[in-house]
Design a protein around this ligand. Structure first.
Ligand code: NAD
Ligand code: ZN
Length: 345
């Protein structure tokens, strides 16, 4: 094995990403070295590429980027037990400290000191990545390589969609990005009644429809009220999944909720938002922020749902060799896509 590898690096404090030769990372005590096979591009990677205000504040440079990945174990650091070279794996990108109260209490997703693969520690858009053994998820046989590469965003969708009981409920999903589309597929799989998905991108609304939405709404040209009437809904949505980060979408959701409705909020707004809190008060709404995935409960839930018929294979719309990263980022930027996969094999 050579001691250098190809990696996609934020090499300068400026817009862009650079494919460079960098040293292959060495697994320390308790770490696992993974030969990356497939990665997928997340909105976060786009922010890092564009070098927006968030990225400028967050990303130490130079940094190998990327956190949605699958591959196989290529080496084990000292003291690692229960894993073997050659196993097909994905990884939880939130590396938790293990010693804060939440970690100690078994609530790793609320760690106070976590670092992020490809954000604040070297990432997976590379031939190899190192993560702690406790962040490795061995991919079961029933999950394809493509789906294994998107378990991270499928996990966001799963964590959000399962936060509230949706069985027999009417669900509004604002934002038909890949995570909104995946969430539609999940709530359909687990037994929601009407699933309405909004966006401003017809291509993505088409994908949401194909993944189980009862009705999709382009909010630029259609109101929600008549759609609810058409579906025979007179009292509002029982559960809302906010997956756009758009202020207008959030307010439209507050306005369309049933009294006593529950909202799980995943979408990250660009800055502070103005919300009509009167709806929250007078309708008695319950709002829950969602960050990441439950570690590892969400991973087992999604794996089990994939085994029991949840079909998300259609979420991957583009596959490119890693060297074509510029084109791949451009496709994600234009938004006429589901998940876009880079192949490192
Ligand atoms: P995405 O940016 O691809 O999707 C957002 C979608 O919202 C886009 O399709 C966009 O067209 C749509 N949108 C914009 N304005 C809208 C409006 N007014 N009404 C309805 N839809 C509108 O992102 P994604 O990868 O699908 O992720 C969804 C959101 O979740 C993003 O905001 C992302 O930053 C966030 N996220 C949060 C976490 C977390 O841990 N909380 C993790 C991953 C992603
Ligand atoms: Zn912690």
């Amino acid at each position: 094995m050579s001691d250098t590898m190809k990696a996609l690096v934020k090499a300068e404090r400026a817009p862009g990403l650079w494919m460079q030769d960098v040293p292959v990372p060495v697994p320390g005590v308790g770490d696992v070295l993974i030969r990356v096979r497939k990665t997928s591009i997340c909105g976060t990677d786009l922010h890092i590429h564009h070098w927006d205000a968030w990225a400028q504040q967050t990303i130490p440079v130079p940094m190998v980027v990327g956190h949605e990945f699958m591959g196989e174990i290529a080496g084990l650091g000292a003291g690692v037990e229960g894993l073997e070279v050659g196993q097909r794996v994905a990884g939880e990108g939130h590396i938790t400290c293990g010693h804060c109260r939440n970690c100690k209490g078994g609530r790793r997703e609320f760690c106070h000191n976590h670092t992020g693969v490809g954000v604040t520690r070297p990432g997976a858009f590379a031939d190899y990545v190192v993560i702690p053994a406790q962040n490795v998820f061995v991919v079961p046989h029933h999950i394809s390589d493509d789906v294994a590469a998107v378990l991270d965003p499928l996990g966001n969708a799963t964590h959000t969609a399962l936060r509230f009981d949706v069985v027999g409920e009417d669900v509004l999903i604002t934002g038909a990005g890949p995570i909104g589309i995946l969430a539609a597929a999940i709530v359909r799989h687990i037994g929601a009644r009407h699933i309405v998905v909004t966006d401003v991108n017809p291509y993505r609304l088409g994908m949401a429809k194909a993944h189980g939405a009862s009705r999709v709404v382009d909010v630029r040209t259609e109101q929600l009220g008549p759609v609810m009437e058409e579906l025979g809904m007179s009292e509002g949505f029982d559960v809302g999944l906010e997956m756009s980060g758009a202020e207008s979408a959030f307010n439209q959701m507050l306005d369309s909720m049933n009294h006593g409705g529950r909202i799980a909020i995943l979408g990250i707004p660009a800055g502070p938002m103005t919300l009509d809190v009167n709806d929250v008060i007078f309708k008695g709404l319950e709002l829950q922020g969602i960050y990441g995935r439950r570690i590892f409960e969400t991973w087992y839930k999604m794996s089990a749902m994939l085994q029991s018929g949840l079909d998300v294979g259609g979420i991957v719309t583009h596959r490119l060799p890693a060297e074509c990263f510029a084109e791949a980022f451009d496709i994600v930027h234009r938004g006429e896509c589901g998940k876009v996969i880079l192949d490192w094999a």
